[in-house]
Design a protein around this ligand. Structure first.
Ligand code: ADQ
Length: 463
């Protein structure tokens, strides 16, 4: 293949010392970019006010060019906050009640995709392979085709794909489906997402499944498949092992004493099921008086998208809920829930996962959920903790050793917490090993390679 061109809404640009922000996805894609040489393009995260954004800012690091564009205030409002985060995000997470359609926002979404295409096209060479990421940029390939680009273009959706009845509540669902048909390869996280996508094509006779992972729609044939994203398993396990000497991790261990630590780590988002999880923890404490004073639940939740009103409201709600539970159940020498709103370095996070007897990962819906995988990778093989995982996270499709829960079932989740805390060592080890073996084999580098192999092997439809 020629060079690799990656397009995503945000770009993990390395700092002045050439260090890229940590994170499995950034690491894996950077490795692929270094191997083939190429470009990573996206939004700078900055606004140009109401002025036309300046030319692309380009930063060269070895054989990788990072290309960033600003967006106007209106673009940010309509494309990012409006359509991506208040329509596509809730719809893809099955939250019809939270989707707010507006024609202006929809138009802004398509307009910004066209703008991205116009900024990207002059940088692309004929044999470059383009890989577009996530729900912000679904129409990008159609716009690039419109400009005459015939390159192979693949798309990967990091979030779930909903069933037809959910997707079709969105007035522009046809344009979104049509947008996907302009890619040579469309990747989803799980077989369930892929099935939902096929169902959407069939429902209104838009297209069909042809077998062998091929789909036809809008007069085009393209490939679709499931590619469960992984983490940098071996490296993460190593961070966790080394983190026991880290000051913050040590201080946390000392402050926990002989209590059992339960951990939850999520961006503040309604899809993550944080309020249901706190309810379940409260129910667990109420139902198990012997545990009073003997467990601490640490919930680490950096704020995200705080400009969106639902997120602001949620921030207040979770803080109040944690405060209420602590007030009602705590004692002078015991705070049941430690609720923290900040980002933590990956090394410390790895150490905190390892200290925890239970990892609570209970989203109401999640494309994959990397926290579940990080929790497993961070465990001590001789004394691993238990992963309690929502059946509605993509990760649940392959992590067979987890205790699966339905996060809407508060009592069931509370019972599962009790079961996890009392699980015998031999069972914990056996469950952990199945998951760890899977994660070592299916890490993020393999995910990246698998997608790119399939993209480059897919029939060249437009060339
Ligand atoms: P997210 O919704 O962001 O990702 P997730 O997969 O759990 O969800 O990834 C979150 C990442 O942020 C993890 O690597 C985690 O360690 C990190 N993180 C969370 N809280 C943190 C904190 N307080 N400090 C530091 N780091 C923190 C989207 C989809 C998912 C999909 C991923 C990848 O919604 O379903 O798994 O993309 O495809």
């Amino acid at each position: 293949m020629g060079r690799l061109v990656i397009v995503s809404n945000r770009v993990p640009v390395p700092d002045k010392g050439g260090i890229a922000p940590a994170g499995g996805l950034a690491v894996a894609l950077k490795v692929a970019l270094e191997e083939h040489g190429g470009i990573w393009m996206g939004w700078s995260g900055k606004s140009s006010g109401e002025h036309e954004p300046r030319a692309l800012a380009q930063l060269q690091q070895g054989n990788i060019t990072y290309a960033l564009t600003d967006l106007t205030d209106t673009d940010v409002e309509e494309y990012y906050h409006g359509f991506a985060n208040r329509v596509l995000w809730p719809i893809c997470h099955y939250r019809l009640d939270l989707a707010e359609y507006g024609r202006k926002e929809m138009a802004g979404y398509f307009r910004v995709n066209r703008f991205f295409a116009h900024r990207l096209a002059p940088l692309v060479k004929p044999d470059d392979v383009i890989w577009v990421h996530d729900y912000h940029l679904i129409p990008l390939a159609a716009e690039l085709r419109q400009m005459g680009l015939k390159n192979r273009i693949g798309f990967f959706l990091h979030i779930p794909w909903p069933p037809a009845d959910v997707l079709f509540t969105m007035p522009v669902h046809e344009e979104i489906m049509r947008g996907l048909s302009h890619y040579e390869l469309v990747g989803f996280q799980t077989d369930h997402d892929l099935e939902n996508f096929a169902g959407c094509l069939r429902r209104e006779g838009i297209g069909d499944e042809l077998g062998g992972g091929r789909f036809s729609a809008y007069g085009r044939v393209f490939k679709g498949d499931a590619y469960a994203i992984g983490i940098e398993t071996a490296a993460f396990a190593e961070f966790a092992k080394k983190a026991s000497t880290n000051k913050t991790v040590k201080r946390t261990r000392d402050s926990i004493g002989d209590r059992s630590l339960i951990i939850g780590v999520d961006r503040l988002d309604y899809s993550k099921g944080i309020t249901q999880r706190i309810d379940a923890f409260e129910r667990f404490i109420l139902a198990n008086p012997a545990q009073h004073g003997h467990v601490t639940y640490l919930q680490i939740t950096p704020k995200s998208r705080s400009e969106v009103p639902e997120y602001e409201a949620m921030q207040r709600m979770v803080a109040e809920q944690a405060g209420r539970v602590n007030g009602a159940l705590g004692a002078v020498d015991w705070v049941p829930i430690r609720y923290i709103n900040r980002s933590i370095s990956r090394h410390i996070l790895a150490g905190l996962y390892r200290l925890s007897k239970v990892g609570l990962v209970t989203p109401l819906r999640d494309g994959m959920n990397l926290v579940a995988k990080e929790y497993v990778a961070a465990q001590d093989p001789d004394d691993p903790g238990v992963l309690l995982l929502s059946r509605f996270a993509g990760a649940a499709r392959k992590l067979n050793g987890a205790l699966l829960v339905n996060p809407y079932d508060i009592e069931g989740t509370a019972n599962a917490i009790a079961r996890a805390l009392s699980m015998p060592l031999e069972e914990r080890k056996a469950r952990w090993k199945t998951m760890m073996d899977h994660l070592l084999e299916h890490d993020v580098t393999r995910w990246c390679q698998h997608f790119l192999d399939d993209l480059t092997a897919s029939p060249d439809l437009f060339g």
